[in-house]
Design a protein around this ligand. Structure first.
Ligand SMILES: *[C@@H]1O[C@H](CO)[C@@H](O)[C@H](O)[C@H]1NC(C)=O
Ligand SMILES: *[C@@H]1O[C@H](CO)[C@@H](O)[C@H](O)[C@H]1NC(C)=O
Ligand SMILES: *[C@@H]1O[C@H](CO)[C@@H](O)[C@H](O)[C@H]1NC(C)=O
Length: 258
């Protein structure tokens, strides 16, 4: 029974895929805007929150000039942390065509929303300051959104060691400044003598952890996955030094562009 149902689901999925394919836009539709709603954080701060569920801390409130957002379904159990979206509201009396590009740094939903934007990001969907005041007063607006590449000019992917880490017993970190529009779906740490590697756990949000990390300096591997399921391991140029410390940041020496 279950098997029959799964087969049917699979069949209709393939049928839908073929249908899109026959329209000739299966590839470009990842660029299509999707209709939804967006609210803004209720606080008076223009930036996002420092306690966002992605675990980015202050970085999660201020990255991208403070144009950040909480996501509901798009949070994807933390895989969506750090992803960028173009979000534009749809009321032509108030809203600009371009909208705003935001980074997901938190998890949450309001009244059927996909995004809870920082006040700054929410205001930036408006045509001008008066329109922004009106949009803020509405509290929730109709929007459309699409995933776009993140862009951090002159930044490499950077490892920020969590304050709760304890060398050599427990290592937790988040990954900053990931460009492009791929997801990091797995992370390994390898010791640099025999390159024996250990898969890390995503403890929550964008926070990767391991008890008893390998000895010595650490070589990181990040698995980048795109929306078609293509996967690729990226190996940074720089290792994390043996004497890594809570709170420190380490430049990986690499960046991804798409
Ligand atoms: C908000 O973010 C901007 C840009 O990152 C930063 O300059 C500013 O200090 C932040 N404001 C607060 C109150 O943290
Ligand atoms: C890690 O390094 C320490 C100090 O060099 C050493 O005592 C320990 O045996 C090493 N542990 C492993 C698992 O290699
Ligand atoms: C990024 O890494 C490269 C080495 O791979 C380095 O030359 C460059 O200075 C780094 N960029 C920044 C902004 O740190």
């Amino acid at each position: 029974m279950l098997f029959a149902m799964m087969t049917r689901l699979k069949f209709s999925f393939i049928a839908a895929f073929l249908f899109l394919g026959s329209l000739g836009n299966a590839a470009t539709c990842s660029d299509c805007f999707i209709h939804s709603r967006a609210a803004h954080y209720p606080n008076s701060d223009d930036n996002g929150t420092e306690t966002g569920r992605c675990g980015f801390g202050t970085f999660g409130a201020t990255i991208n000039g403070g144009d950040v957002s909480a996501a509901s379904d798009l949070y994807r159990d933390g895989v969506g942390c750090g992803a960028c979206y173009q979000v534009r509201c749809t009321n032509s009396n108030y809203c600009s065509d371009k909208g705003v590009t935001i980074v997901i740094t938190d998890h949450g939903s309001s009244d059927n929303t996909d995004f809870i934007l920082s006040r700054r990001a929410y205001s930036r969907m408006a045509q001008n300051a008066d329109a922004a005041a009106s949009l803020l007063a509405f509290g929730i607006v109709d929007i459309e959104y699409r995933r776009v590449p993140c862009s951090y000019p002159n930044k490499n992917i950077t490892i920020k060691i969590d304050e709760n880490s304890n060398n050599p017993h427990y290592l937790a970190f988040v990954i900053w400044y990931q460009q492009g529009r791929k997801d990091i779906t797995a992370v390994q740490l390898c010791e640099t003598e025999n390159y024996v590697c250990k898969l890390l756990d995503r403890s929550y949000g964008a926070v990767w952890t391991t008890t008893s990390p390998p000895n010595g300096s650490l070589s990181l591997r990040m698995l980048f996955s795109d929306e078609n399921g293509d996967e690729k391991w990226i190996v940074p140029v720089n290792d994390i030094p043996q004497n890594w410390k809570p709170g420190d940041t380490y430049d990986s020496g690499v960046q991804v562009i798409d």
